[in-house]
Design a protein around this ligand. Sequence first.
Ligand code: ZN
Length: 144
Amino acid sequence: MLGKLCKLLRMIGVDCAYSNEGMAILVNARKEGRVILTCNSRLRHRENVFFIEASQPASQLHEVVNTHGLWDEIMPFTRCVICNEKLESVARQDVKGKVPFYTYNNFNEYARCPHCSRIYWKGSHYKKMMQEIEEMLDRKIGDS
Ligand SMILES: [Zn+2]
């Protein structure tokens, strides 16, 4: 249910694992030293659990970043939104043929996920997402 929030957190570079495991999540989160974000009221009063009140992803993101003091941890464009892995920078010549021709001709900076090999660049989609996230957080977080 918090899939969208998880994706947003990864977009701003915050380490976020996603799980549908229900109660088993309590054990794994403790092992990995994670805080659990949930909207499952059965988990509400457990240790290390942060119960999300907001229903809109934008409000959820704001709530999580504020409550957990994540402002300093925000590093957009550093994490794969699919796998949560940290991205590695990759040279332009190494993405030739793997990104659209227009992209290759117009962007010099690329990053790759070491897990799924997805390639990221700061194109129009990235800029639009950053703008949306900044509106959600009501604060400038981009690097440009
Ligand atoms: Zn990935």
